[in-house]
Design a binder for this molecule. Structure first.
Ligand code: IPM
Ligand code: MG
Length: 360
């Protein structure tokens, strides 16, 4: 029986449209084999939405996303919009999408592909075999806490304020995702906080410890965020699954990503309540410096489509097919500029798509 899925495509800015085109072609190519039918609807977000509507997240976009089974996002942002007031910036559109779809759980895998080990800036023996999943809380913490803003004090001096806050329920739901993810992986969960200084982190830690009783098979540890950053570059293999808040997760997931050598290879999934659409997007940005030059690496977008198939649409076989094809083109020596190494074949974004289609 054919399964039909409504997929919202958000190509966004910079290299976004290029990598999205390749990914859609690949999704179309595998659909028949798995009895899938995709109905794609494109919508505006980020800088391109600002240009067209003045709003980085037009209401129509959020509505389309809400009415779909999954959202595939490429990347947003560019120099052109960096100096607009905050409410008009591309990033505000992305944060609005996360909040609007209640995507509280962000899964960011950092897996070293054997073919790309030498692209890492760390020694082979340090990174070989690294396979980490960062579970980042995505709709709370200091990104969304109130009060926030720049206010005048009594003396007229300006004072900038953000608030890091988590309720018990907010901690519990992300901690559960952490425990469950660890359970499906290597069984180890490291909760990262700053409980030696921050009260919000003390509450975080207390709740995580309390919930641990429900997951006896998961080995739980805790690290302060500064130590976690150090351990990630010192001995990354000690980590299996990391669960942490919004800001710490933002920082640590970039560090974890770079262990793999190129941020151009890493997908992510942002999930809300079960049955609600998730957003699947590469970890990298819109790379305005190479936009429109057919130089972008589309593989993180392809792997994000694989995460969409696995976590969003429950089609693990189709997901695996995409992951295997990605691995095959790397085995065959095809590389975009960001992951190029001597002896390999340099290809552009489009050609990478073509060899992927052949590998399928
Ligand atoms: C990310 C990005 C975003 C974030 C920005 C673009 C708002 O850095 O997805 O990690 O800080 O969450
Ligand atoms: Mg980030």
């Amino acid at each position: 029986m054919t399964r039909q899925y409504r997929i919202t495509l958000l190509p966004g800015d910079g290299i976004g449209p290029e990598i999205m085109t390749v990914t859609v072609a690949v999704l179309k190519a595998i659909a028949p084999e798995f009895d899938l039918q995709f109905e794609f609807t494109e919508a505006l977000i980020g800088g391109s939405a600002i240009e067209a509507t003045g709003n980085p997240l037009p209401e129509a976009t959020l509505k389309t996303c809400k009415n779909s089974d999954a959202v595939l996002l490429a990347a947003i942002g560019g120099y052109k919009w960096d100096n607009l007031p905050r409410h008009q910036r591309p990033e505000t559109g992305l944060l609005g999408l996360r909040a609007g779809l209640d995507l509280f759980a962000n899964l960011r895998p950092a897996t070293i592909l054997p073919q790309l080990i030498d692209a890492s800036s760390l020694k082979r023996e340090v990174v070989e075999g690294v396979d980490i999943m960062v579970v980042r809380e995505l709709t709370g913490g200091i990104y969304f806490g109130q009060p926030k803003g720049i206010f005048a004090t009594e003396t007229g001096e300006k004072r900038g304020v953000n608030t890091m806050a988590y309720t018990e329920a907010e901690v519990d739901r992300i901690a559960r995702v952490g425990f469950e993810t660890a359970q499906k992986r290597g069984g180890k969960l490291c909760s990262v906080d700053k409980a030696n200084v921050l009260d919000v982190s003390q509450l975080w830690r207390d709740r995580v410890v309390l919930l641990a009783a429900e997951y006896p098979k998961v080995e739980l540890s805790h690290l302060y965020v500064d130590n976690a950053a150090m351990q990630l570059v010192r001995a990354p293999k000690q980590f299996d699954t990391i669960v942490t808040g919004n800001l710490f997760g933002d920082i640590l997931s970039d560090a974890a990503a770079m262990l793999t050598g190129s941020i151009g290879m890493l997908p992510s999934a942002s999930l809300g309540a079960p049955g609600k659409p998730g957003v699947f997007e590469p970890v990298h940005g819109s790379a305005p410096d190479i936009a429109g030059q057919d130089k972008a690496n589309p593989l993180a977008q392809i792997l994000s489509a694989a995460m969409m198939l696995r976590y969003g649409l429950d089609q693990p076989e189709a997901a695996e097919k995409l992951e295997k094809a990605t691995s095959k083109v790397l085995d065959d020596g095809y590389r975009t500029g960001d992951i190029m190494s001597p002896g390999c074949k340099l290809v552009g974004c489009q050609e990478m798509g073509e060899v992927l289609l052949k590998a399928l």
